[in-house]
Design a protein around this ligand. Structure first.
Ligand SMILES: [Zn+2]
Length: 503
């Protein structure tokens, strides 16, 4: 008998914990809207206790994103549970998600409590959460390294206390598929009241087995899979949503399970998340990588031309990889630009549309045809310009063979325009030094990347800069057909984000 697998997306919580990723509230909201179009069952929007900014982001998502269950993470303490409830209560369908360790390693070295004390703490947390919210999920952190009998005992007790979903995390990515599947089957056999809750898994990719483990769990009867777009997450990441979903679609008969995900939205979601987090997707990534449908050998090309089924187990249309026929030019009006941006998952206020349209016209003038990739690059830049302290007014660089690179940069800050010049090891270094002279902030450049948005001569350059100051880091992106300007814009965006966070 077939069963439905609930897709629990944690891109905005676990995914956002990826080293190098950081999203503003606005960007989180944008991704949440796209996840709703993808039709995931649950969106984990954040960890409200971690910062007031994250609390607000979760609240905004709960208020405006319709369709999926909206949840957020709490440790098993009252203050966390209250914060989660405050942030999700306005959702159509709110859920409180509580996490507490179940392994002896965590009991001893993280909580310094006995098994019994932890069990009582978990039960009490669930009972309390249920007085607030009818839907409560309980995660037994580090389950893969927990004592079996104790794990059964915890699950039974929290379901008894009112947990509606119990999640079994392989927090450290230690599990292997056959063994992990057996654990899920054993839980189903040994936990007396397991049919009163949805049984969920949450797998990490430290050994590259997060997707395989999740699927083994589904085959053994798991009803919910926690995963992220592009597999981003702590350390090596989480199970990749698109891979889990497409495996269940292509091999539905084998798994005896299905999801309600609208798979034609997968590529669009992947590219939105990649652009906003700045975490690029490998070309050979399964399902959503740029090469997923690229056939290189002559024999394969010939076979695909005769019939795609020869070498493809699903079609580009299935995952929305077919691309668009519409190419925008300088003659495209605001309406056409907005329509295309909405198609890519962005929602814009009228002022934002005006700004983006002006930038679009400049790009269209410079390179004639504007592709989706260009729009993504422009939006990554635009999204970085919210709550800014500094704005780029102008810049000038001199560089070349036998010339010491120098730059003059002018930044606008409120009403004032501040200008400084500096030399450096290259034009970029000179610009960054000039900016540092203006701001007087002691920042360290941690990472600088420059990519072309498309493969053409006049391509838009997309730069990404990570800065550190007093232990805090922030990443900014900038786009321009002038690659030096792209770098400068990214640097300013990262600075503004650092300052916004410091406030
Ligand atoms: Zn995790």
């Amino acid at each position: 008998m077939e069963h439905k697998v609930h897709i629990f997306d944690t891109t905005l919580r676990d995914g956002e914990q990826s080293p190098g990723a950081s999203l503003t509230g606005r960007e989180k909201l944008e991704i949440a809207h796209q996840l709703a179009r993808l039709n995931v069952d649950v969106i984990e929007a954040g960890f409200p206790c971690s910062s007031p900014g994250d609390f607000k982001a979760v609240q905004e998502i709960a208020r405006s994103v319709k369709g999926p269950v909206i949840t957020a993470l709490a440790r098993a303490v009252k203050a966390d549970i209250d914060a989660v409830w405050e942030s999700v209560r306005e959702a159509e369908r709110p859920r409180i998600h509580i996490v507490l360790g179940s392994s002896d390693i965590h009991a001893k070295h993280k909580f310094r409590r006995s098994r019994e004390e932890l069990l009582a703490m978990g039960v009490e947390a669930v009972r309390y959460a249920r007085t607030l919210c009818p839907d409560v999920e309980y995660s037994t952190e580090d389950a893969s390294r927990s004592d079996r009998r104790y794990l059964y005992q915890v699950l039974e007790a929290v379901i008894e206390a009112g947990a509606t979903v119990v999640n079994i995390p392989d927090t450290v990515g230690y599990a292997v598929p056959a063994q992990w599947g057996r654990l899920i089957a054993d839980i189903r056999r040994n936990v007396r009241n397991i049919d009163q809750a949805i049984l969920s898994v949450h797998c990490h990719n430290d050994l590259g087995m997060a997707v395989a483990n999740s699927l083994a769990a589904v085959r053994a009867g798991a009803q919910q899979v926690e995963c992220t777009i592009n597999g981003i997450g702590e350390r090596a990441g989480n199970a990749s949503l698109e891979e889990v979903v497409m495996a269940l679609k292509v091999r539905r008969n084998y798994y005896g399970a299905y999801t309600d995900v609208v798979t034609s939205e997968l590529c669009r979601t992947s590219s939105l998340v990649s652009r906003l987090t700045g975490l690029t997707v490998a070309r050979n990534k399964a399902v959503v990588g740029a090469n997923a449908f690229a056939h290189s050998s002559g024999i394969h090309q010939d076979g695909v031309l005769k019939n795609r089924d020869n070498y493809e187990i699903f079609s580009p249309d299935d995952v929305g990889a077919s691309g668009t026929e519409i190419i925008l030019t300088a003659r495209s009006g605001r309406h056409a630009v907005r329509h295309r941006l909405e198609g890519l998952g962005y929602t814009l206020t009228p002022e934002e549309l005006e700004r983006v349209h002006q930038r679009f016209l400049a790009v269209a003038d410079a390179k004639k045809e504007v592709f989706d990739e260009d729009l993504h690059a422009l939006m990554a830049d635009e999204r970085g310009t919210s709550n800014q302290t500094y704005d780029l007014e102008s810049f000038r660089v001199t560089s070349g063979t036998g010339v010491c690179p120098t730059a003059t940069v002018a930044l606008r800050s409120g009403e004032a325009v501040l200008e400084q010049s500096a030399s450096g090891d290259g034009p970029m270094d000179a610009c960054f030094s000039a900016i540092d002279r203006i701001t007087g902030l002691g920042v360290t450049l941690k990472e600088y990347q420059l990519n072309a948005a498309t493969a053409e001569k006049g391509a838009l350059g997309l730069a990404r800069v990570t800065l550190e100051r007093d232990g805090a880091t922030a990443t900014g992106q900038g786009a321009s057909t002038d690659v030096v300007e792209a770098g400068v814009r990214a640097y300013i965006s990262a600075l503004n984000r650092l300052l916004a966070r410091a406030k």
